[in-house]
Design a protein around this ligand. Structure first.
Ligand code: C2O
Ligand code: CU
Ligand code: CU
Length: 516
């Protein structure tokens, strides 16, 4: 152990009572039966920098270098200890990319690791060969330069590696960042928009450290995968954010490998404005929101002068899982403290007007012409584990589809689909809670329930390069809970096997030069 800050093993007991009794007791790690050690929330919340970009001929060009880093995780590790990490353009995590609908973007990526990686744009609508999935691997020392046009509503998306079988390890060591999209709706809305001031990224991850203060990815075969005992926000432990405006927009991302959270602000209500793929129809007051790995939410928190609030994760309802305590379901802990100044800049009530686009793009169940069913078991989807060369589904562009997704086992699973945002129609025939009714690309699946998803692949046909669907619990994903689909147009003949589908190589993956 690196000190008595952390508990020694995964949390079986909640210390929520200990904490809430004393109101603002101090920063805790995820509590364990052995007790909770306490440290004040006094580390300034780190804010990932906005990525620099340059415009060339109307194209917005970003550069990302995937590299080794060294990071201090004090007070979870002893003072002076540097932890080996991975990052984009820095030691840990990556810069926040930001672009507007209609812009053409290029991301010029260099891999300085000694391992193959890829960079996937989670939630992004883009051609399969630009998607950064397991078929677009970047060899050590290699480069990749995908380009596409942003063509979807404003949203909080993210990027992370997706190499076949090794995603968990790379994400866990720090490879993740946000990709924010704006459009006329978001730019015209009455919403906080000053990045780092009242528009705040909140990337939550749980980690464990070994005796040397290095990140530990213990795989003891337990479900749903590794649960860490230390919670990080944007890489900060025991973080404090000094609030200077009446309202904050929090962009919550669960960037953990396995842990789900139930985020709330204690007594104080918050307003949900957006889920994975963009705005809800209208602001929705909520007490808390469950987020499984990969899911996002934008919430507005409102402060009074001098107020202290904590973002808290309560015991999370994982549905009918066996032994929820062993899956993190009983853990309750504080995540991030906000301290409001004595004088707060005023900010408007959250409001936005939905666009013509949104009306036109709205999907209707009555238009669905294709139904598919996906059953998730221990490490399989529809009885199969991932095969890089197998085509699991072929989808006709433009068809409106209903996917019924079911988690057959009493363990946590989630379901993520590349390229689209879907709508949850119902769960076991019942309309979903409002917070689940917005645009989504990742859905937590409570065991033994039918989730019906409505979706449509609108363009970017490619008969040879697939997109993925998979469980977003990263161990499950790595161990094969993934399938591949092609989106084809009229007259296109889909590949029956994906050629060159070995880690490290597929022809025509969007490698190209230019813009330099
Ligand atoms: Cu966030 Cu296929 O992943
Ligand atoms: Cu994705
Ligand atoms: Cu799973």
């Amino acid at each position: 152990m690196t000190g008595d800050f952390r508990c020694s093993r995964r949390g079986f007991l909640t210390a929520g009572s200990l904490l809430t009794a004393g109101a603002l007791a101090g920063c805790t790690s995820v509590p364990s039966a052995t007790g909770v050690s306490v440290h004040a929330f006094d580390r300034p919340l780190s804010i990932p920098p906005l990525a620099q970009s340059r415009l060339e001929g109307g194209v917005r060009i970003f550069e990302l270098t995937v590299r080794f880093g060294e990071t201090s995780f004090s007070p979870a590790t002893a003072d002076g200890t540097m932890t080996r990490t991975l990052g984009y353009n820095g030691d840990f995590l990556g810069p926040t990319l930001r672009a507007e609908r209609g812009e053409k973007v290029v991301v010029s990526i260099r891999n300085q690791l000694d391992d193959t990686t890829s960079v996937h744009w989670h939630g992004m609508h883009l051609p399969a060969r630009m998607d950064g999935g397991p078929h677009q691997e970047i060899a050590p020392g290699g480069t990749w330069e995908p380009e596409w046009t942003i063509d979807q509503p404003a949203a909080t998306l993210w990027y992370h590696p997706h190499p076949h079988g090794r995603t968990e390890e790379q994400v866990y060591h720090g490879l993740a960042g946000l990709f924010l999209l704006d459009d006329d709706v978001s730019l015209g809305a009455d919403l906080p928009r000053d990045y780092g001031i009242d528009d705040i990224p909140v990337i939550v991850m749980d980690k464990s450290f070994d005796d040397d203060g290095q990140l530990e990815l213990h795989d003891d075969g337990g479900e749903p995968g590794m649960l860490g005992d230390t919670v990080l926000v944007n890489g900060s432990i025991c973080p404090l954010f000094e609030v200077s405006r009446e309202r904050l927009r929090l962009r919550l991302l669960n960037g953990s490998t396995a842990r789900s959270y139930d985020f709330g602000l204690g007594e104080s209500a918050m307003t949900l404005i957006a889920t994975d793929g963009g705005f809800l129809d209208e602001p929705l007051p909520i007490d808390s929101i469950r987020l499984a790995p990969g899911e996002r939410a934008e919430v507005i928190a409102t402060f009074t002068p001098g107020q202290t609030l904590r973002l808290h994760s309560a015991k999370v309802d994982l549905g009918a899982v066996a032994a929820p305590f062993a899956m993190g379901g009983n853990d309750a802990f504080d995540v991030l403290e906000f301290r409001a100044a004595a004088d707060l800049g005023s900010s408007p009530e959250p409001a936005w007007a939905s666009s013509e686009h949104a009306e036109k793009d709205r999907l209707h169940e009555s238009e669905a012409s294709v139904e598919r069913r996906f059953e998730l078991d221990e490490r399989t989807i529809n009885g199969r584990t991932m095969d890089m060369s197998r085509v699991d589904d072929v989808i006709q562009v433009g068809a409106t589809e209903i996917w019924t997704v079911r988690n057959n086992l009493p363990m946590p699973h989630s379901f993520h689909i590349h390229d689209v945002q879907f709508r949850l129609l119902d769960i076991d025939g019942t309309a979903p809670a409002e917070y689940l009714a917005g645009p989504k690309d990742t859905m937590y699946l409570e065991p033994k329930r039918d989730y019906r998803l409505l979706l449509r692949f609108t363009d970017y046909t490619d008969p040879h390069v697939p997109y993925m669907y998979h469980c977003h619990m990263l161990l499950h994903e790595d161990e094969g809970m993934m399938g591949q689909f092609l989106v084809v147009g009229p007259g296109q003949v889909p590949s029956t096997r994906i050629d060159g589908a070995e880690p490290g190589g597929i022809a025509g993956t969007g490698q190209h030069s230019g813009h330099h």
